[in-house]
Structure formats: structure tokens, C-alpha cells
Design a protein around this ligand. Structure first.
Ligand code: ATP
Length: 777
């Protein structure tokens, strides 16, 4: 038999054998689990029969207690074992479909023989639990699979670096647990496998990339040394994929110290949350916490303000009424900066001496403590303390005061009135509470009334006490407003410009409206006064699309997660918020405490699409396309809407015939999306229109504003409309780039009137251009 065939035979057989062992283990685990379950049911059923309940004597009662405790411990021990087995079983079931995807043969220096290391999503021991048949992809030794071609290689073991030689590197293709292909590779990860993975249709949920992780991505996944890891990666470079793999890696490495719910992912929108939600379960791990920054802010402030969403703010900055909005735009920019944070900090410093606005404490309309009294106490008695301590002390002072007045309130008429309205349960409770030894009947009635009255007063005071505990006695809004009465003293803008910002900012606050750019500064300000409720439970924060966060927002997040590690992933060319055009964007900032990794290779789209899209942005020539061939993108210029609509139908039909599962018509804003969706609904039965609340998407035709398509991908993308009227400035350039880079296999752009000048900068050999003046029959 030729060597190749023989090797194939051996590999085929091995996978079969491993498969049998997995089946066997699954069977054994299932039986064991069933037995435990039956036992637990029996125990629960017979629980009271098996404990001896005797409470007559102290000794007997203690014995009963011990017996109960023993039974309960026995139960929980069984339940724990059941849980662990279920977890292992689910891992085995995953291995059943694909036991392993790779193999390296590694000969450690000083030894003669190479060890065969088979790598899969989790590890598997042989029958005797002695040798690894499969190594978990996250095991230290597995890292060489991602990091080295055959030849010299090394990996980090517990406390030393192991050197040696990779004598073989092999990849496997499997179907339902059966080996269907294998190839040896001379490079880090074979392009062949990657080609076939990337050539597939877009999924409506993200897949794990465990079998084809690239070396540069592996550096992100396995980074354990840096507190703040910043990944600047071009569109489609696998930032999100690497982040999800990194979560799985960290959960494996720190299994004893960290659980999935101690990590949190801030994502750009709810749709993205749904999109990535399957990756970790696919890898056999629990999902981590997920939220959007807006959801977080809304949770903090939504009960007091109408908080503008980032998308509403974006719609505004993308509208063509910039002229009317000059001040607002100026404000958006300024309020994102560190300079503004310093301005807020300076203002807070001043509040040490004067300026905090208080609310008069009233109870049933009567003044308990006037705002002047509170201010006096704050600025005189407590003046030597730091602000937050003062606020805390003042809170305690007010609560003490409320306690003191309880007795004086008891004799007020309203208490008597409420006494008459008490229900039976209250009266019964009062009886049982009273001292059993009260003999004198009159005495008893008095005491009972007194007790009930106290209870009425306490109950009535409760909501006020709660408010006080939440520092409601400080009028944060009114205090914050005073910030806008201060001069800016900033190099960033003239005082005149600041005055304009100040005017509308105050007006918004008065209307209880928090513009998105004011939301974080306001919350920061509030927390600086009343204290940050720092979250030390969370050990790792992931921020995707980090380029869209202002420096102010990032600083805020660092503040509320003070002991957490952070992984920030983004792409400054996809910055779509007005403030994010600032030079001091987090993605560009060089800081000693930030470790930066750049990803320049783009995997999502065909080479043709990458060649086109990279020319839309400055410095795009640095972007390296992955070599997967497809058709040239198409730019279609039409004279008016009717032809555009006709072309839109034509393209959709073409993409449907090409078997593209997900087709997206990407618009610039919501208004356009509404219009296009209305139009398409007249022809197609199902059109999915994505809005800021969408949590998932399906196969079919979608209409989506570009800013909601962030982070996700489609087989085919049609940008509508890519005209000079819509895409002109830097922000729109980023938006257009984001829209086009969502396409995996096909991309076309329809422009009504003149094509955007941004597209005109793109070399004409990277796309097909057509200009249509009338509809062909
Ligand atoms: N090593 C890899 N193996 C297989 N597929 C990969 C790999 N890296 C990236 N991909 C694929 O490329 C596509 C883009 O990946 P991902 O969404 O993680 O990139 P991104 O950098 O977050 O993109 P963007 O910033 O444009 O949203 C996905 O389909 C992903 O599965």
C-alpha cells in the first residue's frame, strides 16, 4: 500500500476508534447520570422517612437537625455530581461530531521520538484515563498548532519554555464524526481549510474559528499579561471572533478563579448580541454577560430622564441639516474629550466650597429639613471632609433626623385616621407583638394603639428614607446645570462657542432630556458626588467596536470596573460617531498601560471586495486581503429613483439565484431604510427590516441602516444609495466603508444622481461601473 494510503487508513481508523470510545463514554455517563437522578428522586420522595424527627428533648432535636443536615448534604452532593456529569456529557456530544480538527507531531529537544498531539474542542483521555487521545485547543502544547509551521517550535509550559521541533502538521475534515479529508500543511494554518470555511454562506449567528485561528489572532486569544489589551483590526480581520475565542480560553485557563458571569461584553447593538450568542455554547462554554453601553446608561438614568440613544444621535449627525445643528455637533465633539472631563473635574473641585444644590426634605407637605439647612450642614459642619464623605455623612444625618421625629409624628391627626383603616393582619400582628404579661386591659389597649401608630409612621416614612439613601436630597441635575454657567477655560474652543453649547445643554436638561453626549458626563458627575458603585465581581470587560466610545466613556468604564482586565477591539476606519473622528480616539492613543495589537489581514470578504473597500479609506493599501476569489463589486449610477428601484430588484433576483442566503440592502439612515423596505414589501413576501431593538436576523432579504449592520455580515450587500448626496464627509466615508465591508461574497452599490466622490477615488479596475439612463425592457 502506498504510504499516503496507509496513513489515510490509519487516520481513518483512529478517528473511528476515538469515535467508539466517545460513544462508549457517552453511554456510560448517561447511565451513571440516570442512576444518580433516580437516586435523587428516591431520596426526595423518602426524605421524611429517612430522617428521624423527634423534638421532645434538646438532644433529640439536635439529632434530628444532624439527620436533616446529613440528608441535605447527601442530596446536594449528588446534584453537584449530576451537574458535572451533564457538563462533561455535553462536551463529549460535541466531540462526537468532530473529535479533533488538527494534529501536530512534536519532538521535544533531548528526545528522539515525536509525540502525536491531536487537537479538538476539548480533551479526551483514553480508556484507562492515562493518555490524552485529544488535547483541548487551549492546552499550552496546542498553541504550537496555531503559532508554527513545521520546523523549530516552542510553547510555554507552567513555568518554562519547552523547545523542540514540529515534524508534522495536519488538518482534518470530518462529517458526522467520520474522517472525510486531511491535508498536511507547511504553513501556520493551511489556506485550504480557511478557503473552504470562508467560502461558505454567511450564517445568521457567528461561528467559532477554533480550527483555523491565525497566529496573530492567537496572540490576542492567549494574551494573559496585559491589563488593557487594545486590538486595532481592519474590517473582517476577526476581532470579534478572536474575542469570543479569548473568552473561551480565559475560562479554561482560570476555571477555578473565574466563571462566565464574571465577564461582560459591551456590544454595539442588540442584534450583535444575538449574533455572537452561539459561539461560546458551540465551544462548550457558558455565555458571558452581554449588554450595550446604552442599555447600561439607560438602566442608570432612564427613570429620571429621557436618554437619547446613540443611534438617535447618529441619525442627527448624519442628517443634512448640519447648519442648524452646528452647536449640537460642537457639543458632541467637546463632551467626548478628556478636556471636558477635566472641565467637569474642575467644576467638582469648586463644589467643595459652594454650589451643590439640595432639595428640601418634606414629609406630607411639611418641611423636615430645608435645603438651606442641608447646605449649611454640608458646607459648615462637614466642610473639611472630601465631597463623597460629606454626602454620605449628610445622608446619615438626615436619616437620624427622620428617626428622631418619628415620636413627634405619632400624635398627628393623619396617623389617627390611618389607624382606623388598618386591616386585620396588622391588628393581629400588633396583638402578638405585645408583651404577653400585660395584665391591665387598659394598659394593653394603649400599648397596642401606640405600637400601631409607630408602625404607621415608620411605614409612611419608608419611601422618604429610601430616597434619602439614594441621595435624592441632592439636586444633581440643578448642580450639573451650573457647569454650563462656568467659563470653559479650554484650549479646545472659544468662550463664545462654549456659551452656545451651554445654552442648549441647559435647555435639554430642563426638559429632562439627556442628549447622548451628555449622558456619560452626567452619570460621571453624579457618581463623583454620590460615589461610584464599583463592580469588583467582573474580572474581565470586553468592548467591541471600541472606536465608537469616547475617551470619556472609556474612562468611565475603567472607573466602574476598577479591578477588571479589559480587551478593547475596534477599527478607527469604522468610527461612525461624530466624536470618534477625534484624534485622541482610544484606538489611536498610545499609552504605556495599553498593549496594542494590530490586525491587517481581512478574512470576511473576497479579495475583489477587499481590494475595492480598502481604497475607500486612507491607508487602506496596508490592508491585506485573504486570497479568496469572487466577482468584482459593481457600481451602478442611475438618473432617478425609478431606475434605482428597478436595478435593486434585478440585483436581489440575481443574488437569490446565486443562492445567497442572506442579502442586505444597506442604507445610510433609518428614513431610507423605511422607504426601501416599503418599496420591497410590495414585491417580496418577506422583508426583514432591522431596527435598534432587533435581537436576531434570519435568512432572506434584509433592509438595515449601516450603523446597525456593525459587526455582522451578509452573503451579499447592496448599498442604496451611494450617491454624492449621501456620502461626502469623513463620517460618511467611515459609514460607507462599514456598509461595504459587511459583504462576504457579493457587493454592489446603487447611486442615484452622481456617484459619491469617495467612490470616485477608488481605482476603476477594482469594480465594474455602469451608468443607466433608462430602464431596459
Ligand atoms: N481564523 C479564522 N478562521 C476562519 N474564519 C475567520 C477567521 N478569522 C476571521 N474569520 C471570519 O471572518 C469574518 C469576520 O470576522 P469578525 O467578524 O470576527 O471580524 P471583525 O474584525 O470583528 O470584523 P468587523 O470589524 O468588520 O465587524 C467572520 O466570518 C469570521 O468567521
Amino acid at each position: 500500500m502506498p504510504k499516503q494510503n496507509q496513513e489515510w487508513e490509519e487516520e481513518y481508523k483512529r478517528m473511528q476508534q476515538v469515535g467508539h470510545l466517545i460513544d462508549k463514554k457517552i453511554k456510560r455517563f448517561s447511565q451513571y447520570m440516570r442512576a444518580i437522578k433516580d437516586r435523587v428522586i428516591d431520596i426526595k420522595k423518602d426524605f421524611w422517612d429517612d430522617v428521624t424527627v423527634n423534638l421532645t428533648e434538646l438532644d433529640d432535636a439536635l439529632e434530628t437537625q444532624a439527620s436533616l443536615k446529613q440528608q441535605a448534604e447527601f442530596l446536594s452532593e449528588r446534584e453537584r455530581t449530576h451537574g458535572q456529569l451533564a457538563w462533561q456529557l455535553s462536551k463529549l456530544q460535541k466531540l462526537q461530531h468532530k473529535p479533533y480538527f488538527g494534529r501536530i507531531d512534536f519532538r521535544e529537544d533531548g528526545t528522539n521520538e515525536a509525540e502525536k498531539i491531536y487537537i479538538g474542542t476539548s480533551s479526551l483521555m483514553d480508556e484507562n484515563e492515562e493518555d490524552f487521545l485529544i488535547y483541548d485547543w487551549r492546552a499550552p502544547i496546542s498553541s504550537m498548532y496555531y503559532d508554527f509551521p513545521p520546523g523549530d517550535a516552542h510553547y510555554e509550559a507552567v513555568d518554562e519554555t519547552i523547545h523542540g521541533e514540529l515534524t508534522l502538521k495536519r488538518q482534518y475534515v470530518t462529517k458526522q464524526g467520520e474522517l472525510t479529508g486531511m491535508f498536511d500543511t507547511g504553513i501556520t494554518i493551511g489556506d485550504g481549510l480557511l478557503q473552504s470555511v470562508l467560502g461558505q454562506s454567511a450564517d445568521t449567528t457567528m461561528k467559532s474559528i477554533v480550527a483555523t485561528i491565525q497566529r496573530e489572532q492567537n496572540r490576542i486569544i492567549r494574551n494573559e499579561t496585559h491589563r488593557y489589551l487594545v486590538v486595532q483590526g481592519v474590517a473582517g480581520s476577526g476581532k470579534t471572533s478572536a474575542a469570543m475565542q479569548r473568552v473561551a480560553y480565559l475560562l479554561y485557563r482560570y476555571r477555578q478563579q473565574m466563571k462566565a458571569d464574571q465577564m461582560i461584553l459591551f456590544s454595539p447593538n442588540p442584534l450583535f448580541n444575538g449574533y455572537v450568542s452561539r459561539v461560546l455554547p458551540e465551544l462548550g462554554e457558558d455565555n458571558i454577560k452581554q449588554t450595550t453601553f446604552y442599555e447600561y446608561i439607560e438602566g442608570q438614568l432612564g427613570d429620571r430622564f429621557v436618554v437619547e440613544s446613540p443611534f438617535e444621535q447618529l441619525e442627527l449627525s448624519l442628517s443634512r441639516n448640519h447648519e442648524d445643528q452646528t452647536e449640537r455637533m460642537l457639543g458632541m465633539r467637546h463632551k467626548a474629550t478628556k478636556a471636558f472631563q477635566e472641565q467637569v473635574d474642575r467644576f467638582i473641585d469648586q463644589l467643595h466650597y459652594s454650589g451643590v444644590e439640595f432639595r428640601t426634605i418634606r414629609f406630607r407637605g411639611d418641611v423636615i429639613l430645608s435645603k438651606n439647612q442641608l447646605s449649611q450642614y454640608f458646607y459648615k459642619q462637614l466642610r473639611d471632609l472630601p465631597l463623597q464623605q460629606r454626602v454620605e455623612k449628610l445622608m446619615r444625618y438626615i436619616l437620624r433626623h427622620l428617626k428622631e421625629i418619628e415620636t413627634t409624628l405619632i400624635d398627628q391627626d393623619w396617623v389617627e385616621d390611618e389607624l382606623q383603616l388598618l386591616d386585620k393582619a396588622d391588628l393581629q400582628e400588633a396583638f402578638s407583638h405585645l408583651d404577653q404579661e400585660t395584665i391591665d386591659h387598659h394598659h394593653e389597649i394603649d400599648a397596642e394603639t401606640q405600637y400601631l401608630k409607630q408602625k404607621i409612621v415608620k411605614r409612611a416614612l419608608l419611601p422618604l428614607q429610601e430616597k434619602v439613601k439614594r441621595f435624592n436630597f441632592i439636586n444633581v441635575k440643578k448642580t450639573y446645570e451650573k457647569l454650563y454657567d462656568q467659563p470653559a477655560n479650554s484650549d479646545e474652543m472659544t468662550e463664545e462657542e462654549w456659551q452656545k453649547i451651554a445654552k442648549f445643554s441647559k435647555q435639554y436638561l430642563n426638559e429632562n432630556f439627556l442628549a447622548w453626549e451628555d449622558a456619560t458626563p452626567f452619570l460621571y458627575f453624579e457618581k463623583m458626588l454620590t460615589g461610584f458603585n464599583e463592580n469588583r465581581e467582573i474580572k474581565h470587560v470586553f468592548i467591541d467596536e471600541a472606536q465608537d466610545y469616547s475617551p470619556f466613556q472609556i474612562r468611565y468604564l475603567k472607573r466602574i470596573y476598577p479591578s477588571s482586565y479589559m480587551t478593547l477591539l475596534g477599527d478607527y476606519n469604522q468610527s461612525i460617531y461624530y466624536h470618534a473622528l477625534l484624534e485622541d480616539s482610544i484606538m489611536k492613543e498610545e499609552r504605556d498601560d495599553h498593549h496594542r495589537i494590530q490586525l491587517m489581514r481581512s478574512y470576511r470578504s473576497t479579495k475583489e471586495i477587499v481590494d475595492f473597500t480598502r481604497s475607500l479609506i486612507p491607508g487602506g493599501d496596508q490592508i491585506e486581503p485573504f486570497n479568496r476569489a469572487g466577482e468584482l463589486p459593481e457600481v451602478i449610477e442611475v438618473d432617478h429613483d425609478t431606475i434605482a428601484e428597478y436595478k435593486l430588484y434585478q440585483l436581489i433576483d440575481r443574488y437569490e439565484k446565486a443562492n445567497h442566503q442572506t442579502i442586505a440592502v444597506v442604507t445610510k439612515n433609518r428614513k431610507q431604510a423605511d422607504r426601501v423596505a416599503r418599496l420591497l414589501r410590495s414585491t417580496y413576501e418577506t422583508i426583514h427590516q432591522i431596527d435598534p431593538t432587533s435581537h436576531s436576523y434570519e435568512e432572506g432579504i434584509h433592509v438595515i441602516p449601516a450603523y446597525l449592520a456593525k459587526g455582522i455580515e451578509f452573503d451579499a450587500v447592496i448599498v442604496y444609495d451611494a450617491s454624492a448626496h449621501e456620502y461626502l464627509n469623513d463620517l460618511e466615508r467611515h459609514l460607507l466603508y462599514t456598509a461595504c465591508t459587511r459583504a462576504m461574497h457579493s457587493l454592489s452599490l446603487i447611486a442615484v444622481g452622481g456617484v459619491s466622490p469617495i467612490i470616485k477615488e477608488v481605482p476603476t479596475n477594482t469594480y465594474r461601473f455602469s451608468k443607466i439612463h433608462h430602464v431596459e425592457n
